[in-house]
Design a protein around this ligand. Structure first.
Ligand SMILES: NC(=O)c1ccc[n+]([C@@H]2O[C@H](COP(=O)([O-])OP(=O)(O)OC[C@H]3O[C@@H](n4cnc5c(N)ncnc54)[C@H](OP(=O)(O)O)[C@@H]3O)[C@@H](O)[C@H]2O)c1
Length: 305
């Protein structure tokens, strides 16, 4: 890496994973309230496959003139700070950048981000594991916010995709909120889901007080909710139409430094699982995308720039 540029993975013309290019872009200095982070780890999330493949371009959500950045979450080390920032250079941090329509992402050697969106990675948690927390831990916490407290007339919550990144966190955080949780996942995931303290099923019948739809089953997930129950989806641009007096909400994960700090602390203590499938270099990003696209991967692919 030269001092004036850094490497980052982008898509110019979305398509197959081989359309992902690694380019050099100029280093940006942090402005007021911002830090520049040397990224150590960035996970591959399902949303990245949608960005690289053109799904969100087709929806009209991406209009970048030159290239679109890839990657939403990261962990790394602060290397420069802007005015008004009290995070010292050298601090290990993790964070989340959001929005589809951006020319930068976390699949990169560096990133400039708002310091208030970041959280310090606790001692005892490595940056690879920490990088897997922000997007899906915050999404899950925010899904549980949308669910709210269990209803007086029923507290049975079905979490679809319970062995996935979002679903696994919702299983844990939903139980803390007082829900009686059952995880819907593949047969091979039973031990993981039960290990989180939840009931387990591979086939759910309708009638749940609430469904948190980590598997993005959409209308099929909504059909599992009882009349007057609650549904929280993961696709804000494609919420299933409300029916039968069901409250329908969808999560839009957003940065929350303090809450991320709590999730990281609890990952460091082993209270929440840290799930890494493989660590690969940024140059192997297309292979990682190809493998994730096939499904069945448990734990994240983490890219190291
Ligand atoms: N709106 C937001 O802010 C936001 C934030 C984060 C994530 N998301 C979205 O949330 C979804 C989940 O993300 P993730 O990272 O948790 O994905 P993930 O780790 O791939 O988890 C999805 C899980 O669902 C399972 N699954 C799919 N269909 C199933 C079925 N019919 N029965 C049982 N299990 C099933 C998958 O199993 P297999 O692998 O075996 O298919 C996988 O374990 C994605 O669509 C993602 O884009 C949205």
């Amino acid at each position: 890496m030269s001092t004036s540029t850094f490497r980052t993975a982008v898509v110019r013309a979305p398509g197959e994973p081989d359309s992902i290019e690694i380019i050099d872009v100029p280093v940006v200095e942090p402005g007021p309230g911002e830090v520049r982070v040397e990224i150590a780890a960035a996970p591959v999330n399902p949303v990245d496959l949608g960005v690289a493949g053109g799904f969100f371009h087709a929806l009209g959500l991406i209009n970048q003139p030159e290239h679109t950045g890839l990657g939403w979450d990261f962990a790394g080390t602060v290397v420069a700070t802007g005015p008004g920032v009290d995070l010292p250079v050298g601090t290990r941090v993790a964070g989340l950048v959001v929005g589809f329509d951006r020319d930068f992402g976390t699949y990169a050697e560096q990133l400039v981000a708002s310091a208030s969106d970041l959280a310090v990675v606790p001692d005892g948690l490595d940056l690879i594991a920490a990088s897997t927390v922000p997007l899906n831990g915050l999404a899950a916490a925010q899904i549980v916010d949308l669910l709210g407290d269990p209803r007086a007339d029923g507290n049975r919550l079905l979490v679809t995709g319970a062995a996935g990144a979002v679903g696994g966190y919702v299983v844990s955080l939903g139980q803390e909120r007082g829900w009686e949780v059952t995880g819907l996942a593949r047969a091979a995931d039973e031990e993981f889901v039960r290990g989180l303290g939840a009931d387990f099923t591979t086939h759910a019948e309708p009638g749940w007080d609430a469904v948190a739809d980590g598997a993005a089953l959409q209308e099929r997930g909504l059909a599992l909710v009882r009349d007057g129950g609650a549904f929280v989806g993961v696709r804000p641009n494609a919420a299933p139409a409300a029916e039968r007096r069901i409250t329908v909400a969808t999560v839009v994960a957003h940065p929350d430094g303090p809450r991320l700090g709590d999730l990281l602390d609890r990952t460091a203590s082993g209270e929440l699982p840290a799930r890494v499938h493989a660590v690969v270099s940024l140059d192997q990003v297309a292979d990682a995308h190809r493998t994730v696209a096939k499904g069945g991967v448990r734990g994240r692919y983490v890219l190291t720039p």
